[in-house]
Design a protein around this ligand. Structure first.
Ligand code: ADP
Length: 283
């Protein structure tokens, strides 16, 4: 298997991490089966945490202004879909939530923590970030080691690790896969294990970029069940409007680095003119 911890930092689209030495942000949860949540998982999960983004502006090092004043408040446990055309700024926004990007103006708050260089380690323990390609998050010889990596890196007591891994795998329907080799599993299974790598850190917020991309109908259905079952606050960027309609009560439409609309998903999906203006389609 390639790489060690440093591989997990390599993703991030080549953006400038606030702290390139802290790799915990790449580890996150993954989806799979139906019958996913056992009561123990719900009982022991960290409390969901609110997210508040205020007046957020961001410019890439080449001078490109990718975000022009984002205001967004997400309540604990709320599930929000972020939609919009390519280049709208969805990923740029999401990468602020765990300090991979640093605002030029404005602020991002995760619970009581304002995201900054000083807080970034604590923020990354609270915010689980899942990337579109699970292979950006899986680099160990076994599923167990991949799911254990985040908590071990955070200094979680060794005695707790087995329980953490077991709960995270149960939450994504992957119990029994501990000794399997991640890179020999199906995309749907790898995606679920990648989500487990985030869940094992006990995050209060989950952030996913295009989680359903590339999945076959069964893999997609299993992912939907996982997302529905997780109690964390969730912000998910996606082009999959059926996923949006089925899972997310609230939808934010982004375009050109701004929020173009924010409201109940049913209302957004009913507004043909709005969808058309931003290159979106009804599911
Ligand atoms: P989305 O996720 O909605 O497709 P992104 O957040 O990836 O959009 O990109 C928003 C804008 O920022 C796009 O115009 C993109 O070209 C630009 N961008 C993304 N990454 C970089 C970068 N590293 N340097 C300069 N511009 C970038």
């Amino acid at each position: 298997m390639t790489g060690g911890p440093s591989r997990s930092a390599a993703r991030v689209h080549g953006h400038d991490p606030v702290d390139a030495h802290d790799h915990t942000h790449t580890h996150g949860p993954r989806p799979d089966h139906v019958h996913l949540v056992r009561p123990a998982v719900v009982e022991e999960a960290s409390p969901a945490v609110p997210v508040v983004v205020e007046h957020l502006h961001f410019r890439y090092p080449d001078g490109f202004e990718a975000l022009h004043g984002i205001d967004l408040a997400v309540a604990p446990g709320e599930k929000v879909a972020i939609v919009g055309p390519n280049g709208a700024g969805k990923s740029t926004l999401l990468l602020h939530l765990n300090g991979i990007h640093e605002p030029v103006h404005g602020s991002v708050r995760i619970g009581d923590l304002v995201v900054s260089r000083e807080t970034v380690r604590r923020v990354r323990a609270l915010v689980g970030l899942g990337f579109q390609d699970p292979d950006d998050q899986l680099f160990s010889p076994t599923v167990f080691e991949d799911v254990a990596f985040g908590p071990l890196h955070m200094g979680v007591d060794h005695g707790e690790i087995h329980g953490r891994v077991e709960r995270a795998l149960a939450a994504v329907g992957m119990t029994g896969f501990e000794t399997r080799i991640p890179h020999r599993m199906s995309l749907g299974q790898r995606k679920r294990v990648a989500i487990a790598t985030v869940l094992s850190m006990d995050p209060g917020v989950l952030v996913f970029d295009e989680p359903s991309a590339g999945l076959d109908p069964r893999g997609r259905r299993e992912l939907i069940e996982v997302i529905r079952s997780l109690p964390q606050t969730m912000l998910v960027s996606t082009h999959d409007m059926r996923l949006v309609a089925e899972v997310f009560p609230r939808t934010v439409v982004m375009d050109d680095g701004r929020i173009a609309a924010d409201g109940p998903t049913a209302r957004i999906l009913d507004d043909d003119a709005l969808l058309h203006r931003h290159g979106l389609e009804r599911p």
